[in-house]
Design a protein around this ligand. Structure first.
Ligand SMILES: Cc1ncc(C[n+]2csc(CCO)c2C)c(N)n1
Length: 224
């Protein structure tokens, strides 16, 4: 059985929670409070800055030029395509470049991105890929599911978000990442597979926490 099939069985209960989450449901039916989405866009922008660095680390750790090239492509599409969606939504909301730059990460954003950076910096390429895959895989899944809701892709506000994440291009990136992890996990020990699974499930859990954090506009409980 491909390693990704084993992961798929484990991630399903968490994905079900993602799909049922009021933030995700609200993007799908267009009823999500815009203030919550605004909060999400700013936190996601901060998240993507660190996430892009993982692709740079992936290029560093890759063993062949083809894999390096793919990480370079991912780095480019995150900084110049995905983040331009955020900048465009920013314009709609009146989020200035300065507000993006000066924003502070929420505890969940900080924990999630720093956990990935820790794994990416200290682990092998397989560890890094296990950490970044849930992000791509789960957004593509959510994008596809929401794009099937009649009218959702055309929604005046959330339509573009759904179009981006359900796109063929994002699907291919996720598939490439799944195949790479399957290849890297081949011929590894059971202990190593268990460790890869643990990393993968941790970032899968963080994906759920990110929706919840955005829905509740959660910052430090100690701040006013
Ligand atoms: C919390 C969070 N998780 C996943 C994504 C989605 N995403 C981030 S990078 C990438 C691949 C190439 O840009 C994808 C699909 C997000 N934006 N924010």
């Amino acid at each position: 059985m491909a390693f990704s099939h084993r992961l798929h069985e484990k991630l399903l209960p968490i994905w079900r929670k993602n799909h049922a989450h009021p933030f995700v449901q609200g993007i799908g039916d267009g009823t999500l409070d815009k203030e919550k989405f605004r909060f999400f866009m700013i936190q996601d922008y901060l998240y993507l800055i660190d996430y892009a660095k993982l692709f740079a680390l992936g290029a560093m750790k890759a063993k062949d030029v083809e894999t390096m090239g793919k990480f370079a492509e991912l780095l480019d599409s995150t900084l110049n395509e995905e983040m331009s969606l955020h900048r465009e939504y920013g314009m709609k909301f009146g989020i200035t470049a300065k507000e993006f730059e000066q924003a502070k990460p929420s505890p969940t954003t900080l924990a999630y991105s720093h956990y990935m950076l820790h794994v990416g910096q200290n682990g092998t390429l397989a560890h890094l890929v296990a950490a970044v895959l849930p992000c791509m895989w789960s957004y593509w899944e959510i994008g596809k599911e929401l794009s099937e809701i009649p009218g959702a892709k055309e929604h005046e506000f959330y339509g573009e978000w759904i179009q981006m994440y359900s796109s063929e291009e994002f699907g291919q990136l996720a598939e490439w990442c799944i195949e790479l992890l399957d290849k890297l996990a081949e011929n590894t020990t059971e202990a190593e597979k268990t460790y890869l699974e643990e990393i993968f499930l941790n970032t899968t859990r963080f994906e759920y926490m990110f929706w919840d954090m955005a829905y509740n506009q959660e910052m430090w409980p100690t701040d006013e």
